[in-house]
Ligand binder design. Structure first.
Ligand code: IPE
Ligand code: IPE
Ligand code: MG
Length: 247
């Protein structure tokens, strides 16, 4: 039986975040250049976006490039930027057709100008799409995001545009890149590493974590269904007792 048929529609996460890891190791295992792994990883991105849309997931956030990734070899960074451009160019039609809104989180201004333009164009073109938000983390760091929020708040307070008495978890969240989006219900990390690598630190306070050993280029829709089935078996207690939840 198709695994997707076992999923309970009403219990699907609203927001899935993914740390797409293992491209380099996937390639090295095949004696290929790391870049080939990134190329193959793009195919996985297409399949995962399509599947999430079919399932009716509201928000999918993909960790595509971290601030720390800028310290990788120039050749690899360049190839990743090229792939990103190519991906948006080739997918924009499909995103439009499927009513998917594309957004980016992170320091977009750190990306090469041509990549920035193409991302901004895609964001603009798809801004009225409502069926799913595809949020791409580019030059992203969770700590930096929190710090930038604090800088914005301090600046607003200094200009009497915001009062500290109005600061709470909800209002703070509105200063983050993810303002207006629900927190991730499920985080998937491929390639087995048991860490969050500076991703969505604030937003992941109560996110369910799912790690698979599969490298990102090998991750198929069935693996996504497995992650979702695992998620649906969990009891999210948010600090309460099990008895309080099942009452
Ligand atoms: C994830 O794969 C993609 C990016 C970080 C851009 P990696 O490139 O980190 O692959 P591994 O972890 O070295 O195998
Ligand atoms: C996390 O993967 C960043 C992305 C997937 C874009 P990394 O490969 O950079 O993370 P570490 O270095 O293993 O923690
Ligand atoms: Mg990695």
């Amino acid at each position: 039986m198709d695994l997707s048929e076992q999923l309970i529609k009403e219990k699907l996460p609203k927001h899935i975040a993914i740390i797409m890891d293992g491209n380099g190791r996937w390639a090295r295992k095949r004696s290929l250049e790391r870049i080939r792994g990134h190329q193959q990883g793009m195919e996985t991105v297409k399949e995962v976006v399509r599947t999430c849309r079919e399932l009716g997931i509201q928000v999918l956030t993909l960790y595509a490039f971290s601030i720390e990734n800028w310290s990788r070899p120039q050749r690899e960074i360049h190839a990743l930027m090229m792939l990103l451009k190519r991906f948006i160019r080739s997918e924009i039609k499909a995103l439009q057709k499927n009513d998917i809104q594309i957004r980016s989180i992170g320091h977009l201004e750190s990306l090469p100008a041509d990549v920035q333009n193409i991302v901004q164009e895609a964001v603009e073109k798809t801004k009225n799409n409502r069926s799913m938000v595809l949020n791409v983390a580019l030059s992203y760091s969770g700590r930096d995001e929190i710090l930038q929020a604090i800088i914005k708040i301090v600046d607003k307070v200094a200009h009497h545009d915001f009062s500290l008495s109005g600061l709470n978890e909800q209002t703070f969240s509105q200063f983050l890149y993810t303002a207006g989006l629900p927190d991730p219900d499920l985080l998937i990390r491929t390639s087995g590493e048991l860490r969050v690598s500076n991703f969505l630190l604030w937003q992941m306070a109560y996110t369910e974590l799912y790690v698979t050993d599969i490298f990102w280029p090998d991750f198929r829709k069935e693996d996504l269904y497995k992650a979702l089935l695992d998620y649906q078996k969990r009891e999210r207690r948010f600090g309460l007792t099990g008895e309080q939840i099942t009452k």
